[in-house]
Every structure is written in structure tokens, then in C-alpha cells.
Design a protein around this ligand. Structure first.
Ligand SMILES: [Zn+2]
Length: 82
């Protein structure tokens, strides 16, 4: 498992402008997975995925972020119509 991972890294050796980007690209999959699992954890716990307030019933946002989301959707639709 570890050997395979190392050979994979060797093959895909790339240069990055800085070590932060390098870290991001080399751990992208893991980071995204972690982020996704946090989302699911919050969802299951009934906590707003944008903040840590209690979410409304059957949705993943608190009342504040529910309204924020409404605003985003409205803006997205308006931009398409233009
Ligand atoms: Zn919220």
C-alpha cells in the first residue's frame, strides 16, 4: 500500500510554486474526503453545514443560511437570463 503510493508520487513528480500548493495537490483526495465527511457528519447531526448552528428540519442550513442560499440561487438565475 505504502510502496504503491510512493511509486505513484515518484511517477507524478511535479514542481509546485510553494510548499503549501505542493501539500494541497499531494493531499487533495484526502483533504476533499475529509471535507466531505465533515459535511455528512453535520448533516446527520442536524447542524448547519455553513456554520455550527442547529439546522432546520429536513434541510442542511440554519434559517440564516437558508435565506443566504435563496439569495445565491436567485442571483444565479438572474445571471443566466442576462
Ligand atoms: Zn448557518
Amino acid at each position: 500500500m505504502l510502496k504503491r503510493l510512493l511509486s505513484k508520487l515518484k511517477r507524478k513528480k511535479k514542481e509546485y510554486p510553494n510548499r503549501f500548493l505542493k501539500h494541497y495537490h499531494e493531499n487533495k483526495k484526502k483533504l476533499l474526503k475529509e471535507r466531505k465527511s465533515l459535511y455528512n457528519q453535520k448533516k446527520e447531526a442536524g447542524i448547519c453545514v455553513r456554520c455550527n448552528k442547529k439546522a432546520l428540519k429536513d434541510i442542511i442550513f440554519c434559517s440564516y443560511h437558508k435565506n443566504m442560499q435563496k439569495g445565491y440561487n436567485k442571483k444565479a438565475r438572474t445571471d443566466i437570463q442576462k
